[in-house]
Design a protein around this ligand. Structure first.
Ligand code: 5AD
Ligand code: SF4
Length: 451
């Protein structure tokens, strides 16, 4: 794959007030990660945005006459070199006329009102990707895959295996859709070959990696991939991360009930428990739909350990919104979690949202959220005491004669055990629990309970 990112030319024509001038600058900013560079003429532009104004009479007619000229340019470019010139109508005329504009002038590709500018990169990226074109942001991912050798030298008994890259979700706080490009999946054949290679070298557990791993688009989706890899001799444990709630389909949930090798641990970020914040984040789920999803997953695999990502202090987050996050955490009960203070990433829609939250407020919310999640983690670990769990021993511990392994729920387990057990899955009776780890003793195989 060639390495240079394609530059695209962006021409924005601004009508009217200062507000529009500001919005036009912002539109140029949010489009720059996709490879768009501003030019000062529509000639040869790949994307033309008319940022319109409704304040004067006949403004709408002026826009239609401008669009007529642009249509001629668009047709001429298509006839000359097959290039596509996208036309977007933004601003107040877009707001007022809506899709009527596209009916009157079919050369227009998109109409976005001022409330929807944060969706512009997503909409533009979709238009390109629908045509099979790649954007500047898409290159990094593919180069990385090209560079990945199928023959790998794993250093232990667990390994990561990248199956998917990129993201089309465009959460408004996140740079990944720009920096990593669109969702892209490796073929099941390549992945299987790599997994067989890993198993042949002693890997017993693989974690399938992807920014949106459950959007894996190989045939049959992630569920089919998991079932396929579960057939590989020696590969006894499969995990995957990170998942988006909206791609958690029934076939994957069924795999959690049916595939023994699929470990009972799921990292399913929710980010917030407030529907208002979730909407501003463009998450496409509500607190309630997330809770129902977790219920469904637990119906399939009752002992599953849930983990999540949370952001506190997203723009516009009020006390009541934060309380809703705490409430959701109480309802789910997490075994592990990653928490973040919202941080402004230039070029992302949330960076320009009103209601940025003061640092001190973020600190205070983070501390409260962490305290709750740490309690839950301790409680989850403590609930394992007295059970006998299969532990995959990975390496020596800090103390002589001690090994460290992993439980099915991804907990570290410290056990006195001989080195020859490294790489083996062995029953361990859990005797003690702390927040970050468990301790136990080797048990008789007969004691092993089903997990
Ligand atoms: N600010 C804070 N947290 C962020 N994350 C992603 N972008 C931001 C940001 N701008 C967090 C999300 C995501 C995790 C990988 O990082 O919670 O799930
Ligand atoms: Fe995609 Fe995850 Fe970033 Fe959302 S947070 S845009 S799902 S990578």
């Amino acid at each position: 794959m060639s390495g240079t990112a394609p530059t695209k030319r962006l021409y924005i024509k601004t009508y009217g007030c200062q507000m529009n001038v500001y919005d036009s600058e912002r539109m140029a900013d949010v489009l720059s990660p996709l490879g768009y560079v501003a030019t000062d003429s529509p000639e040869g532009a790949d994307l033309v945005v008319l940022n319109t104004c409704h304040i004067r009479e006949k403004a709408t007619e002026k826009v239609y006459s401008e669009l007529g000229k642009l249509r001629e340019m668009k047709d001429a470019r298509a006839a000359e070199d097959g290039a596509v010139m996208n036309i977007v109508v933004a601003g107040c005329v877009a707001q007022a006329e809506g899709e009527e504009i596209m009916r009157r002038q079919p050369a227009v590709d998109l109409v976005v009102g001022p409330q929807a500018y944060h969706q512009l990169p997503e909409l533009i990226a979709r238009t390109h990707r629908a045509r099979g074109e790649r954007l500047a942001a898409d290159f990094a991912a593919e180069e990385k895959f090209d560079a990945l050798p199928v023959e790998r030298r794993p250093t232990g008994v667990t390994a990561f295996l990248t199956v998917q890259e990129g993201c089309d979700k465009f959460c408004t706080f996140c740079v990944v859709p720009y920096t990593r490009g669109g969702e892209w999946s490796r073929s099941p054949q390549t992945i299987e070959a790599e997994a067989r290679g890993l198993a042949a070298q002693g890997v017993r557990e693989v974690t399938l990696l992807g920014q949106n791993v459950n959007a894996y688009a190989g045939e049959g989706g992630l569920a089919a991939l998991v079932r396929r890899l579960a057939e590989i001799p020696g590969l006894d444990r499969i995990r995957y991360t990170t998942s988006h709630p909206r791609d958690m389909d029934d076939s994957l949930i069924a795999a959690h009930a049916e595939v023994e090798a699929l470990m009972p641990y799921l990292h399913l970020p929710v980010q917030s428990g407030s529907d208002k914040v979730l909407k501003a984040m463009n998450r496409a789920h509500t607190a309630d739909s997330y809770l129902r999803l977790v219920e469904k997953i637990r119906a399939a695999r009752p002992d599953i350990a849930m983990s999540g990502d949370f952001i506190v202090g997203f723009p516009g987050e009020r006390d009541a919104d934060f309380e809703a996050t705490l409430q959701l955490v109480r309802e789910v009960g997490y075994a592990a979690a990653f928490t973040f203070k919202y941080s402004r990433r230039p070029g992302t829609p949330a960076a320009a949202m009103p209601g940025q939250v003061a640092e001190a407020v973020k600190d205070e919310r983070l501390a409260r959220l962490n305290a709750l999640l740490e309690d839950q983690q301790r409680a989850f670990n403590a609930s394992q005491v007295g059970r006998t769990l299969p532990v995959l021993f990975e390496r020596r511990g800090r103390h002589p004669g001690q090994l460290i392994g992993r439980s099915p729920y991804l907990q570290s387990v410290h056990v006195s055990a001989p080195d020859r057990l490294i790489g083996q899955i062995v029953p361990v009776r859990i005797e003690d629990a702390a927040r970050m780890s468990l301790a136990g003793v080797l048990a008789e195989t007969a004691e092993l309970e089903p997990v």
